[in-house]
Design a protein around this ligand. Structure first.
Ligand SMILES: Nc1ncnc2c1ncn2[C@@H]1O[C@H](COP(=O)(O)OP(=O)(O)OP(=O)(O)O)[C@@H](O)[C@H]1O
Ligand SMILES: [Mg+2]
Length: 410
């Protein structure tokens, strides 16, 4: 942006009224000439401003037109393979890997480099250059070298922990067992159950135990606006895992890309379908005894497309239920480990009173009880604090209709 030029000072002259007429006339003439000068400068500036305005208006028009075309047509994602002379570019479309030779508008040609991700329209003309791929990868994946969560942090689902260890941990830590017996370990493990029951924790704990990199991607992140982008992210996900073996790939909310085919055949659905096919083909071409394990999670098991549950895919289903009474007691104990708890606290009693609570809800109960202790100026949490916390949570719940109606796991 060019800065606006400074406005010249208004000429000023003190003319002594007692001067003889001719000298006053001379002074006035000088003043008049100054004014003419300034006037000229100002009209030049005005012209320039007018031109600038014109240019800005043209630019605004162009951006608006571009915006219109972007809005009106769907764009495809492609990677720039090569830039030839005379502003021609070879791009490879994501999704179908088709290579095409295409023109670039002069406006964009300086900004593309081989390897860039670009959006192309139906006739393959490059519309815009997308942000660097590494950013997209980093944005949508959560990568932890070795998560902190351990099995000891998980309460009430011992059977599920055992199953996960068998299906995920053993193939990583003792692959020879499977070799000797001559069986393939499960390809993928699907954890399903209501929210807040420890599914994510379980996946992290296995990564911790096996000293594996934990790579998490949410299914909702894979549902992308651009055609080809979701499947590209799936490929990136597996590539990332291969770079960081041993690794646990955790796909949360897998229902987002694997719900049963709906009636509507919009392009959005087709894109989601393609993303899922990419995931399945990555899993199919996978060395089951390798150093990468796949875990997915959902709380919409009823909605899942059965195709992902076939042998060789998510062929080990583990239901993670809400904790039972003993489970709740264990989870209470886990979440109060670091708290200063009075001797009068009866966890068994509290477990009786928390029927239907998930692990996550029990965690917030413990925190809430701590808040009551603080409010009462105590550094020790007593049984009554838990009772008060329970009452408060119950009150909050009954005024919050959505929290009970929005619960759809069956
Ligand atoms: N079984 C459990 N033992 C101990 N803590 C638990 C348990 N389940 C849940 N929690 C607590 O609740 C929090 C949320 O749990 P987590 O993220 O594993 O739930 P989730 O099953 O993945 O839920 P969602 O389906 O909503 O993703 C945990 O960080 C933990 O503090
Ligand atoms: Mg989770």
């Amino acid at each position: 942006m060019s800065r606006s030029p400074s406005i010249p000072d208004r000429p000023h002259r003190d003319i002594d009224p007692d001067l003889p007429d001719d000298e006053r006339l001379e002074a006035l003439r000088g003043h008049y000439e100054d004014l003419v000068d300034v006037n000229e400068q100002l009209s030049e500036q005005l012209d320039e401003a007018e031109q600038r305005r014109q240019r800005l208006r043209e630019r605004a028009d162009r951006i608006e037109r571009e915006n219109e075309t972007l809005k009106s047509s769907s764009l495809y994602i492609a990677t720039v393979e090569d830039i030839l002379e005379n502003e021609e570019v070879v791009v490879k479309q994501h999704g179908n890997n088709q290579e095409v030779l295409t023109d670039v508008s002069p406006r964009i040609v300086d900004r593309v480099e081989p390897g860039d991700r670009v959006a192309v329209n139906d006739s393959f003309a490059i519309q815009s250059v997308l942000s660097a791929e590494t950013d997209a990868r980093a944005q949508s994946m959560e990568i932890t070298e070795r998560p902190e969560v351990t099995y000891a942090d998980i309460g009430g689902i011992d059977e599920q922990v055992r199953e996960v260890r068998e299906a995920v941990e053993q193939p990583l830590s003792e692959p020879e067992l499977f070799d000797e017996v001559g069986i393939e370990p499960p390809s993928g493990v699907l954890l399903h159950g209501p929210p807040g029951t420890g599914k994510t924790m379980l996946a992290k704990a296995v990564a911790h135990e096996t000293d594996a990199t934990f790579i998490k991607m949410a299914g909702s992140e894979l549902v992308r606006k651009f055609i080809g982008e979701g499947s590209r992210l799936v490929r990136d996900l597996f590539e990332m895992a291969r770079e960081r073996e041993p690794a646990i790939i955790f796909i949360d909310e897998i229902d987002a890309i694997a719900t049963r085919r709906s009636e509507s055949k919009t392009s959005g659905d087709a894109e989601v379908q393609r993303t899922m096919m990419q995931l399945l083909s990555e899993m199919d071409g996978f060395e089951a005894r390798g150093e990468i394990r796949i875990i997915a999670a959902t709380n919409r098991f009823d909605m899942l497309d059965r195709a992902i549950l076939r042998p060789g895919r998510f062929d080990r289903l583990i239901e993670v239920p809400e904790p039972d009474r003993d489970g709740r007691e264990q989870i209470l104990q886990i979440h109060t480990r670091g708290m200063n708890v009075a001797d009068d606290v009866d966890f068994g009693d509290l477990a009786d009173d928390t029927g239907g609570y998930s692990g996550a809800e029990i965690e917030s109960l413990a925190t809430e009880a701590g808040m009551f202790a603080i409010r009462n100026d105590r550094d020790e949490v007593q049984h009554q604090d838990f009772v008060d916390a329970l009452e408060k949570i119950e009150e909050d719940d009954s005024s919050d209709v959505i929290s009970s109606a929005g619960y759809f796991y069956q």
